[in-house]
Design a protein around this ligand. Structure first.
Ligand code: NAI
Length: 280
């Protein structure tokens, strides 16, 4: 696929991986509408990209609110006419493991990481279909969407994004829309400080984090701070769109953990393979 001259809509475009993707696409001649909840960061990102002669615009929206996303889609059409590429990337690291769950954390994490992706597909899918030129959807999940971590909202949403992406890939292929799921490892972004953009309607009841949670968060912070450059991830995503890759990984660190999970699943089949289920 030649991406030059196409238009992309990238959520969470003001920071980290989203900004890396926006930058890589703009360099390939794509017009990019950056969408983000944080106006200040968005303005800065736009200024940086424009300094490289990128054709970019910005719109503020909270992806967990369908109406805001609908308005952002309209703004994209008003600015660029058509849209070909949707990158559902906005996401937050939220929600503790068992024992540290709160209702608001589940709602926030599911609202942004999962419903935001679902709304994105629902709103932009028909817009990509209608011009008949085909297009592509990239959903940012995580390697956490493929391995067994703790029972927390983040991992649950990322499994959801993986499932949605695989299902849509099969369904949208006949409509000339490719679907890729991005499953990054540790990337140097602001993900650990996600709470900076936690809307007030999801009040953080978790005033005192159990110490185990705090320790885990510090481990993640250290890995993220020394993580992969998001610009590299952006280049991989551009290549993944061009090549219609089903899965876009950033590194193979967790491949053995994925293998171990598959082995566990296979063992489940092995246990019952020779048994005959009674007819209903
Ligand atoms: P980041 O915090 O640097 O960027 C996320 C962007 O999303 C920010 O600009 C933020 O303002 C925006 N955002 C947050 N809530 C929003 C909302 N409700 N509506 C619209 N925009 C919103 O973090 P990062 O790492 O770049 O995150 C991007 C995606 O990558 C997320 O889906 C995350 O789960 C995923 N990811 C990140 C990894 C990492 O190591 N950094 C690893 C695996 C996946």
């Amino acid at each position: 696929k030649d991406l030059a001259g196409k238009t992309a809509f990238v959520t969470g475009g003001a920071s980290g991986i989203g900004l890396g993707i926006a930058s890589a696409l703009a360099q390939a001649g794509v017009k990019v509408m950056l969408c983000d909840i944080e106006q200040g960061a968005l303005d800065k990102a736009l200024a940086g990209l424009r300094a490289t002669n990128a054709d970019v615009a910005g719109v503020v929206a909270d992806v967990s609110l369908k109406d805001e996303l609908r308005k952002a889609a309209q703004a994209t059409l008003d600015t660029y006419g058509d849209v070909h590429i949707l990158v559902n990337n906005a996401g937050v690291g939220g929600g503790g493991s068992y024992g540290a769950w709160t209702d608001a954390s589940w709602d926030w994490t599911i609202g942004v990481n999962l419903m935001g992706v679902i709304w994105g597909v629902e709103i932009f899918g028909p817009l990509i279909e209608r011009h008949g030129q085909g297009g592509h959807i990239v959903n940012t999940a995580s390697i956490a969407g493929l391995i067994s971590g703790s029972g927390n909202a983040y991992n649950v949403t990322k499994y959801g994004v993986v499932s949605l992406s695989e299902g849509l890939r099969a369904e949208l292929a006949p409509r000339n829309i490719g679907v890729s799921v991005l499953c990054p490892g540790f990337i140097r972004t602001r993900i650990v400080d996600s709470a900076r953009n936690r809307p007030d309607r999801f009040p953080d009841q978790q005033q005192v984090r159990p110490s185990a949670e705090a320790e885990w968060l510090e481990t993640v912070r250290a890995r993220v701070e020394t993580g992969i450059d998001p610009r590299y991830v952006g280049d991989l995503v551009r290549e993944g769109i061009e090549g219609d890759w089903p899965y876009i990984f950033t590194d193979a660190e967790f491949e053995p953990v994925v293998d171990a999970r598959f082995a566990m699943i296979k063992q489940g089949f092995d246990r019952i393979r020779d048994r005959t289920p009674p007819a209903g």
